[in-house]
Design a protein around this ligand. Structure first.
Ligand SMILES: Nc1ncnc2c1ncn2[C@@H]1O[C@H](COP(=O)(O)OP(=O)(O)OP(=O)(O)O)[C@@H](O)[C@H]1O
Ligand SMILES: [Mg+2]
Length: 601
């Protein structure tokens, strides 16, 4: 194995760590009542082990008679039973208290984590698309899996023991001072040494955990991408290539995890050796106290040694806890970065409502540049679609057709100009209202792993089965679904894998029909259909388009002809605008496209 190379953690790390801890403490404040109760029980539990130290002195000196006190046999036996009863009672109470303390701490911790998990999900579904584009899926996935797990480990294993160990430790230290303050003071020489060692390890563990978490996120991304591209991998025979990619990341994760493990394993060893040295020093000093100075008796020495052992156990655990806490803080920090990412607010206060939209859509000098790119995807687009009008967007691939329609439901915000709905800037409208006025059939229809019926219902959750059936008929879904043994209850498979492309498209159209929107956006929604189904869909579209403002991105003449207005886009610009007849008469780019593409039809 490679040796662990010492790298000082970045200066930023400790600042971030402190901020993260502060924030965690703020979050935990909601459970203050439970945590206070846990603290009380932990104090009780922590006192339990100290009972041994308390019992040792009388056991040695009175019962066994190591001291010169003259007690009768009966007195000594009575003392013995009292001590036994005391030890039993103290430790039964301590065990019960430990259960309560651990349960309450674990409950609060797990509750905090469950809420963070839910908030993480809530945050991610409200990411604006521009933010979503920035994240790899595996990065987000790792937040749910590994980063939350780091917190879970700390909260359910280490944290419950912490308070209790602290109590035992503090009690043992007090006991030492009471028993012999000179020896206790002598022990304090070792405190700064142990502290320095623990602090150094904890910052190394923080850095190591950061690296490990980044590499597991990498690994998850590779996995998710491969799972989503299985057909391409097989078609190109790239199984080995993918395996190599995966193995690389897998090994990188293994390496970073083992480095972290080395640290985590070295730390308790170093700490316990430091403590052994301290203990041996105490053995020497106390032997001198008994033999040379005769200031202590054997019972006191045993009591002191027991206290040292009692104090060293929590210290060991405490050192482990510092490691766990460092890891959990890294996990929490990574989760906070997602929680702090910008989100859309569907119901922003003060936003203008759009309760009865007419469906007028106009663009005024709209430009759009994707974040992180230089070239504008849209340049100064201006047009106005009257309510109920059907607008066809035509143009070469990459012209910006999908980008243009994505600005209508505010998937992205224009970088220049304004998109207006019913004459109101879309930015000032309530996002929830805006989107409920729109139905979109995307270029690649997205189905959920449920039944056909549920997938259509997604358009309007309170739709009746009869309404769903009607939408399915209009979109020509019933034609193939009725052939299936389970009919509308047929499960479509994950992301709809059990259906053909055209079938998926028809379900997506049915979903849009069911939504009954004012504004309808069809992004090449009929591209995967044969001409027979397309004709049927075209009829359905006639019903569907009536009275709605519709944007159709299409390559088929039959669909384009239905449009009252055609926008011809090239390189992010509208270069021609008009009806089919107008544009043919103009004999420009549209006419050329028409000649090439549709001359046969
Ligand atoms: N998320 C994105 N981030 C950066 N650039 C993007 C993004 N999506 C699209 N683009 C770029 O914007 C331009 C327009 O893309 P768009 O998807 O709007 O084209 P399109 O006209 O719909 O093409 P097609 O007919 O092939 O669907 C392209 O050059 C593309 O590379
Ligand atoms: Mg497109």
């Amino acid at each position: 194995m490679k040796r662990f190379r010492y790298r000082p953690p970045e200066a930023m790390c400790s600042v971030e760590t402190k901020e993260t801890l502060r924030r965690l403490a703020r979050e935990a404040r909601r459970y203050a009542g439970r945590l206070a109760a846990a603290l009380f029980f932990a104090v009780l539990a922590g006192l339990g082990p100290l009972s041994y130290a308390k019992a040792l002195n009388p056991l040695f000196n009175d019962v066994l008679g190591a001291s010169h006190g003259a007690l009768s046999v009966a007195q000594r036996l009575r003392e013995l039973w009292i001590i036994i009863a005391f030890l039993l009672a103290a430790n039964v109470i301590a065990a019960a208290a430990q259960y309560c303390a651990s349960y309450l701490t674990a409950w609060s911790g797990q509750r905090l984590i469950a809420e963070m998990r839910a908030r993480l999900f809530e945050r991610i579904v409200h990411f604006p698309l521009a933010e979503f584009d920035r994240w790899r899926q595996g990065e987000l996935f790792a937040r749910f899996e590994q980063d939350l797990q780091l917190m879970t480990d700390a909260v359910s294993i280490s944290l419950p023991q912490l308070t209790q160990n602290t109590v035992t430790f503090v009690g043992a230290v007090i006991g030492m001072f009471v028993t012999d303050w000179r020896m206790a003071l002598f022990l304090f020489i070792f405190v700064p040494i142990v502290y320095a060692a623990v602090a150094r390890f904890s910052s190394l563990i923080t850095t190591g955990t950061h690296r490990a978490q980044e590499s597991i996120a990498d690994l998850s991304s590779t996995l998710i991408e491969a799972l989503g591209s299985v057909r391409t991998i097989k078609a190109f025979g790239r199984e080995q290539h993918e395996l190599a990619r995966f193995t690389n990341r897998n090994e990188a994760y293994f390496g970073s995890y083992m480095k972290l493990t080395q640290l985590l394993l070295t730390q308790p060893g170093v700490v316990s050796i430091l403590m052994l040295v301290a203990f041996l020093a105490i053995v020497v000093v106390s032997a001198l106290e008994v033999v040379v100075f005769q200031r202590l008796n054997i019972g006191q020495v045993f009591q002191f040694w027991t206290l040292v052992v009692l104090a060293s156990n929590p210290l060991n655990r405490g050192a482990n806890f510092v490691g766990d806490l460092a890891k959990a803080t890294v996990g929490a920090g990574r989760i906070f970065t997602v929680l702090d990412a910008p989100v859309e607010n569907p119901a922003a206060p003060g936003a203008q409502r759009l309760l009865a939209p007419c469906g007028e859509v106009s663009f005024a000098e709209v430009s759009f540049i994707f974040p992180g790119t230089e070239e504008p995807a849209l340049r100064q687009i201006s047009f106005a679609a009257r309510p109920g009008e059907t607008v066809a967007l035509v143009g070469p691939s990459g012209a910006g057709k999908t980008t243009l329609v994505n600005l209508i439901p505010r998937f992205y915000e224009p970088t220049g100009g304004r998109v207006m709905i019913d004459g109101v800037d879309a930015r000032s409208l309530s996002l929830a209202d805006l989107r409920s006025a729109i139905a979109l059939v995307p270029q690649e229809p997205q189905l959920f792993g449920e039944s056909v019926e549920e997938n259509i219902r997604y358009g309007r959750l309170d739709a009746t089965p009869a309404e769903i059936r009607r939408a399915a008929e209009l979109a020509n879904v019933t034609e193939f679904v009725d052939e299936l043994p389970d009919g509308m209850a047929t499960h479509v498979g994950e992301r709809g894998v059990r259906l053909s492309g055209g079938q998926r498209q028809r379900i997506a159209i049915a979903r849009a029909i069911l939504r009954d929107p004012r504004i309808l956006i069809l992004d090449e929604a009929t591209s995967a259909l044969d001409s027979h189904s397309e004709r049927l869909i075209a009829q359905a579209l006639d019903h569907l388009l009536a009275g709605r403002t519709t944007f159709i991105i299409a390559h088929r003449l039959s669909t384009i002809r239905r449009a009252t207005r055609i926008l011809y886009l090239e390189a992010g610009r509208v270069i021609e605008e008009g009806s089919h007849q107008d544009l043919l008469a103009r004999n420009g780019a549209y006419a050329r496209l028409y000649a090439v593409q549709f001359s046969g039809t």
